[in-house]
Write a protein that binds this ligand. Structure first.
Ligand code: MG
Length: 358
């Protein structure tokens, strides 16, 4: 999933702007059933795909299945679902080239120096990168040319890892069309992180909490113990700063509120250190692919005066959230004597939180 849609959807959307209703989605046999149900059915409607076929054991078999379902198209393009950042402009350039070429694929210039190595990792040659390209997709051809090559490979029992290799084997000249480096292939978890950083709207959440002040110190707030004659009343340790931060984190991830996550009817949570609740929340978010990116906290407290403790709270929060100091702010102010907050009956906290891909 990327930005709330499957990887294949992004490439399909880029192509749908040029060739509406002309796409065939090749899926694993086991995924065909799911395609008839929501949410998959809705995603298919969004990009105008009505033709679905089961793929085979190899890329070549899957491509053959897709080509067989492609109707009477003049030109065929084969795209990897694992390249979701393909642009409509690149597809358009490829299609233009196929108006006068038999076969072409998108390819990227090589910007790093290439080293050829032996089994021991020793460099044996330095090929001229100006003569090298990174093959990407879509790879395209005149429909008849690709159909013929696929039939020949099936007849000859040959299997090729991409269409360019297949076509070249059967004597077809394949040209490259300049592609953007953003059309990279998602192979490793790092690739997915990079794609998410590029594609996903920043997530932010707002948190608020208020707890009544009662006699007896110390005051547990912002993950530290502030020496005071009062403390915050709560089922847990009453740390309103951490609760507001947790609410912000949950909100940014689109999850239910802290009351639903950590109900005050749960005896296991009685008197619990809110730092443990925050760690659990961060763990849950990590499972969804999110990590804290920034936290901004405002504490409203008439008493005690928190000025001398802000730096320590900031350091505690930065450590809990695994963030550098310039991504955490803790501000404290009074309520100017107004209302119950101003009479020192309670402390309230507002927190703004943002997330990044984990
Ligand atoms: Mg609370």
């Amino acid at each position: 999933m990327l930005a709330g849609r499957p990887l294949w959807w992004h490439g399909a959307r880029a192509a749908a702007k040029l060739v509406p209703a002309a796409q065939v989605l090749v899926l694993h046999q086991g995924d065909l059933d799911a395609a008839a149900r929501e949410p998959m059915a809705g995603w298919l409607r969004e990009v105008g795909i009505t033709r679905l076929v089961a793929g085979g054991a190899t890329r070549q078999e899957s491509v053959s299945a897709g080509v067989a379902a492609s109707g009477d198209a003049d030109v065929l393009l084969v795209h990897d679902a694992a390249r979701p950042l393909i642009s409509t402009t690149s597809i358009e350039r490829l299609l233009e080239s196929l108006a006068h070429l038999d076969a072409a694929l998108l390819a990227q210039p090589v910007t790093a120096t290439l080293q050829e190595i032996d089994a021991a990792g020793r460099i044996t040659a330095t090929p001229d990168r100006k003569c090298m390209r990174l093959a990407a997709t879509p790879q395209g051809a005149r429909a008849g040319v690709l159909r013929e090559a696929l039939a020949a490979a099936a007849r000859d029992g040959l299997d090729f890892t991409d269409e360019a290799a297949l076509l070249r084997h059967y004597g077809v000249a394949v040209h490259v069309v300049e592609d953007s480096a953003l059309n990279f292939k998602i192979t490793t978890p790092e690739d997915l992180r990079l794609a998410r950083a590029l594609m996903e709207t920043p997530r932010s959440g707002f948190g608020f909490d208020i707890h009544r002040l009662v006699p007896g110190g110390p005051l547990r707030l912002g993950g530290i113990d502030v020496p005071a004659e009062v403390h915050l009343l709560g089922h847990s340790d009453g740390d309103a700063v951490l609760h507001a931060v947790i609410e912000g984190l949950l909100g940014a991830a689109g999850l239910p509120d802290i009351g639903e996550h950590f109900p005050d009817t749960d005896p296991a949570l009685r008197g619990i250190d809110s730092r443990a609740l925050l760690r659990r929340t961060i763990e849950e978010l990590r499972g969804l692919g999110h990590a804290p990116a920034q936290v901004d906290v405002t504490i409203i407290a008439e008493k005690p005066r928190l000025g001398p403790w802000k730096a320590e709270m900031k350091a505690a929060l930065a450590e809990l959230l695994a963030l550098p100091g310039d991504r955490v702010a803790v501000k404290a102010r009074t309520h100017e004597g107004v209302d119950a907050l101003g009479r020192g009956e309670a402390i309230s906290v507002h927190a703004l939180v943002s997330l990044k891909p984990a």
